[in-house]
Each structure stands twice: as C-alpha cells, then as structure tokens.
Ligand binder design. Structure first.
Ligand SMILES: Cc1cc2nc3c(=O)[nH]c(=O)nc-3n(C[C@H](O)[C@H](O)[C@H](O)COP(=O)(O)OP(=O)(O)OC[C@H]3O[C@@H](n4cnc5c(N)ncnc54)[C@H](O)[C@@H]3O)c2cc1C
Length: 296
C-alpha cells in the first residue's frame, strides 16, 4: 500500500480554493480570511511551516498581538470552507456535467459493479476498515467534538488554532482550540482529537470547555452587544485517519459475474485534512487511473 506525503496535494488544493474564493459569482462557500496559529509554549526546534511561501502575508506575531497565555504565534491569509455548502456546490457541478447519483449502502466493492462499470473510485473514509474487498486495518477514527454558534454574517473574518501542551499540531497531544467562521455567519468552535473513540454522543462539559477556551483566547469572538454566544448545536464527527496516511492506489479485480476486469482506485485515509488535500488528491487519482489504464 502506498504512503503519500500530502504537501503537494495541499498546495494544489490551496491554489484551487484561493481562485474559487476570488470568483465574482462565488457560490462555493469558500472565503478568504486571516489565519492565526498560537502556541502556549514555543515548540522545541520550531521551524516555519512548509506553507510559509504559499499563504500570502505569512509572518510571526509581535508580542503585543498575542492572546494572554500564548508565547508564540504566526499569521497569514488563508481560506475557510463552509463544508456543507461546498459539497452541495460540487454535487451541482457533477450533475450539471451529466453525473448521476444513487444513495445506497455498499457491503462489498462488488456491490458497486454492474455490466456497465469500468472503474470504481473507493472514497469510503472510515468505512474502508470494514468494507468488503478493502478491510484496511490501518484505518481508524479520531473523534472530533465541535460547537456551532451563530454570529451576524461576516462579523468575524479570522480563524485561529491554539495548541496547549503536547507537541503542537492537531494530533500532537495536548489541547487544541479553534474557531472557523463560515460564509453564512455560522462559526465552528473546536475542539477535540480523540483517537479510537467511536462515541456519537456530545459531551456537554466538553462543549462548555470548548466555548470557554475559544472566548478566553479571542474575546472579540463575542459581539459587544451580546453577553453570550448563541449556540446552534453541538456536533460529533470522525476524522477518517490511517496509519501511514492517505491511500491512493489502483488495483485490477476480476469479476466472474460480468467476465471482465474492473479498475479500482482507492482514495481514503484523509484524516483531519480531507478538504485541505481534496483537489490535489483528486488530481492524483486521475493520474493513477490513467497510468493503470495505459500500462494494462
Ligand atoms: C471535527 C473535525 C474537524 C475537521 N476539520 C477539518 C479541517 O479543518 N480541514 C480539513 O481539511 N478537514 C477537516 N476535517 C476532516 C475532513 O472532514 C475529512 O478528512 C473528510 O471529510 C474526509 O472525506 P472523505 O470523503 O475521504 O470521507 P468521508 O467524509 O467520511 O466520506 C465518506 C462517505 O462514504 C460513505 N460510505 C462509506 N462507506 C460506505 C458504504 N459501505 N456504503 C455507502 N456509503 C458509504 C459515507 O457515508 C460518507 O458519506 C475535520 C474532521 C472533523 C471530524
């Protein structure tokens, strides 16, 4: 199984989202905002991230720009994706190009195949662990709890991620706190990163702690005329992680029923960065398929 370094995917994806956000008729739910990364303690051997030259205006924050309790921080221009809206946008594009959809539960890769099938792209996320014909034991979930609040549209045009304890980074241990605004005024407050936890019930104490951590990092999250944040809902979802990272790999399978070989291309294991890597990964899937077709 192949192991892929995602920086190249992320770079292509960022460039794609950046152009999308700048479009005049922007219906994608992608917007350009200011990004801030905060560390309570400057990580040992800190070096500037690979995206330093990709995201405009990257710089270290001055001491007076840091929230209380934060020792080090960086800022840069980035993008925010309203994920449900962006997925609707993609579906609309897919259908307007002639694509059709069918909603069903698949128990085995063979269930995706009929006499008209030539290629199957397997994007089963966390279910790649149990899906027949895949059963990848390296796949596991990292549970994430978030709180969704409603603010006036465009009230904040910034996002932050704060690392307290651990090695820094989303899966570096310690606590992660973040705020991500959407284009419709909804704001995501996070969060947690809990490997191998499959509970679907939100922890209300954790939700309160998340809101407090976000407000104590950036009190300007709360509009001056409000005393509390308006909570819309608590949510739990699962990052589809994989030991060794993303798997993009093609394989031919034979089907006795239809008497032909079918090309399967796997594309799963995107963990906590599946939007961030999406466009570059999709391009790689096409390249992988073309390579397999031409060498058959
Ligand atoms: C709290 C949290 C915060 C996150 N923040 C970010 C972020 O800031 N940036 C970022 O880039 N990413 C983020 N992510 C990660 C991102 O959501 C995932 O990486 C991404 O959704 C993975 O996409 P996917 O299509 O590979 O898998 P999924 O989104 O899991 O989609 C897989 C789909 O396949 C369907 N499916 C699977 N098996 C079957 C079957 N047998 N039959 C029928 N249907 C099936 C599932 O129902 C699902 O719809 C976050 C995730 C969480 C949980």
């Amino acid at each position: 199984m192949s192991v892929i370094i995602t920086y190249e995917f992320d770079k292509k994806t960022f460039q794609y989202f950046w152009e999308l956000a700048k479009m005049k008729e922007n219906k994608s739910g992608v917007i350009i905002i200011d990004g801030f990364d905060y560390w309570d303690k400057l990580p040992e051997n800190f070096s500037d991230p690979w995206f330093k030259t990709l995201c405009p205006n990257y710089r270290h924050l001055k001491k007076e720009e840091l929230p209380e309790g934060v020792e080090f921080g960086t800022t840069y221009k980035t993008i925010s994706i309203n994920a449900p809206k962006y997925l609707e946008y993609l579906l609309y594009k897919f259908k307007s190009l002639g694509g059709t959809t069918q909603c069903t539960t698949v128990f085995h890769l063979h269930d995706c195949i009929d006499s008209n099938t030539d290629i199957v792209i397997n994007c089963s996320g966390i279910h790649a662990r149990t899906l027949g014909g895949v059963e990848d034991n390296d796949v596991y979930a990292a549970r994430g709890q978030i709180v969704i609040v409603q603010l006036p549209r465009s009230y904040i045009n910034w996002t932050f991620e704060r690392y307290s304890g651990g090695k820094g980074g989303i899966d570096g241990g310690g606590t992660i706190t973040y705020v991500i605004p959407r284009d419709n005024g909804e704001v995501i407050l996070g969060g947690t990163y809990e490997k191998h936890n499959y509970s679907t019930e939100p922890d209300l104490k954790e939700a309160t702690a998340i809101v407090q951590r976000c407000l104590s990092t950036r009190s300007d999250l709360l509009p001056q005329d409000q005393t509390n944040l308006t909570i819309k809902r608590n949510a739990i979802s699962f990052r589809p992680c994989r030991k060794g990272g993303i798997r993009i790999e093609a394989e031919w399978i034979s089907t006795e029923k239809f008497g032909k070989k079918i090309l399967i291309c796997h594309n799963y294991g995107h963990g906590g960065y599946g939007f961030q890597s999406s466009y570059g990964a999709a391009q790689n899937v096409i390249e992988t398929i073309n390579k397999s077709l031409s060498s058959d």
